[in-house]
Design a protein around this ligand. Sequence first.
Ligand SMILES: [Zn+2]
Ligand SMILES: [Zn+2]
Ligand SMILES: [Zn+2]
Ligand SMILES: [Zn+2]
Length: 349
Amino acid sequence: MVYFRTSFLIGFLFLSSLGWSKVWTTNTGSKSEGELFEVLGDRIGLLIKGREYHFSLSRFIQADQDYVRRWKMTPRCPSCSKALGTRTIEAGGVKYHTSCFRCMVCRSGFRGGDQFRRDAWNGMVHVKHFQSTGLCGTCSRIFVKRGAHPKQFFADGRMSCVSCLKDGVFETKILNEVEDRVWNTLTRIGVSKPRGKLTIRLVDRGLLNKEALKINARGNLRGLTLTKYKIVKGGSNPGTTFDHIIYVLYGLPYIECESVLAHEFAHVWLNEKFIESTPPVIEGFCNLVSSEVLEKEKSKLASILLDNLQNNTSLAYGVGYRKMKANLAQKNWPQLLAEMKSKSKPPKL
Ligand SMILES: [Zn+2]
Ligand SMILES: [Zn+2]
Ligand SMILES: [Zn+2]
Ligand SMILES: [Zn+2]
């Protein structure tokens, strides 16, 4: 009898944990099970096996799109995505469950007049408790320092949330896998691998910034490419040889590492062709190549990084990127690459 009750209880818990999940079917027929947690314009957020993904709604069959429409009609708490009941509280035009609307640090509910900060992941904290929290350098997620793992604090002063840390690239083996994945996308659009030698090194922020000074680059850098070339005239082996070294910060989650490598590989491609232009053209092009890799990734992090590119206010990285993107919209990759090649200025011998 006791056994029966126990197994009944387990069965019940199992079912209830699946309650929010459903099978999603794309227009091409592939299926996956996940829980809807947010709808942002034409993008939906699905929680699949504990990870947050973003997909465009149009890739799903009509029945799933109808499900999203109905889901959206129910007023929901942005913190837990569940339907709002009677115990709600409103802040800045958004309604929360009273029990969800609390500070991550002191755990007490916010009251009228309290100043708080909210991240893109629904983490909320009193402004006066902000110094007790860390901010993920990749996804800007707020986390409580007290409960954090020591590994979340990197020796070079950077911080990472648990979820970005879990996907962090710390070893060469993983770096090589990321590299292969990036080349797959790049070679497909026509950005070929270099002829010269290419070395990639995982480094800390201090070393990256020191190397960057060699080419007068500064700012919040994540990666850097240095290319050396040698021109041999005459003799038995004439021609130009290249030696590229790419520095990339260690511990970036693999999605961000992919986007950094894609950007740097684009520099390598430009450098081997002696393509010269203004910073908005060069950095805009490299970010466009990087966005191509991010577009292929469906995690919520990839769509946040794409939003960052879209909202970047820098003349070279932001304005340049959007100009290059508008340019690509008028043509295709082979045409854009040909246009870049026309800017080639090989050194005169
Ligand atoms: Zn809630
Ligand atoms: Zn607090
Ligand atoms: Zn993070
Ligand atoms: Zn660059």
